[in-house]
Ligand binder design. Structure first.
Ligand code: AMP
Length: 187
């Protein structure tokens, strides 16, 4: 089963994808984590993306598309993919469709954790303290939220035509969101 989780930063995508990883014995593909890792390891990619990441801008499609390619073709992860934070633009969605086609896979479920700006700001402020994330000052949070909603809206329109697209109220408690996701997934 391949699943895409959508939602602005702070909507709880990460938490729900970790739950789905356990439930479906899947693999989380968090492009945010992968990109932060590149910065931490000071790779060539890391050096290219550090400014965009710190200022809340999207990293180029080219870099992100390149990062996920190998995972999709990894036989041991086939049909066990939980996408957290990818795709985020139409170009990424088309790239994903192409790669899945090439590797004989489909998207089985798309969940959109929808949540307003105020709730997000409160949550990220708390997470900033817990996780000590450098890109999380308030200005960046707002920028990231706006960028996400602006750029991801066309992607949502693209996926909302899928039979298995479900919008979930991301302002609910974590457990309640998990329960809602559970009602759609039977494994
Ligand atoms: P996240 O951890 O998913 O909230 O992502 C943190 C930051 O990483 C974002 O604000 C973007 O700068 C970058 N990022 C993560 N995923 C993507 C993506 N699919 N496309 C472009 N930039 C991304």
């Amino acid at each position: 089963m391949n699943i895409i989780l959508f939602g602005p930063p702070g909507a709880g995508k990460g938490t729900q994808s970790q739950y789905l990883v356990k439930k479906t014995k899947g693999f989380q593909i968090s492009t945010g984590d992968m990109l932060r890792d590149e910065i931490k390891k000071e790779t060539e990619i890391g050096k290219k993306i550090i400014n965009d990441m710190n200022e809340g801008r999207f990293v180029s499609d080219e870099i992100v598309n390149q990062l996920i390619r190998d995972i999709i073709f990894d036989e041991s992860k086939k049909n066990k993919l939980i996408f957290d934070g990818y795709p985020r633009s139409i170009s990424q969605a088309k790239n994903l469709e192409f790669l899945l086609n090439e590797s004989n896979q489909n998207i089985d479920f798309v969940f959109f954790l929808n949540v307003n700006k105020e709730t997000i700001i409160n949550r990220i402020e708390k997470r900033k303290v817990l996780e000590n994330r450098s890109d999380d000052d308030l200005k960046t949070i707002i920028k990231r939220y706006d960028t996400y909603m602006e750029t991801t809206k066309p992607v949502l329109d693209f996926y909302s035509k899928y039979l298995n697209f479900h919008e979930i109220n991301g302002a609910l408690e974590i457990d309640e969101i998990t329960r809602k996701i559970d009602t759609f997934i039977n494994v």
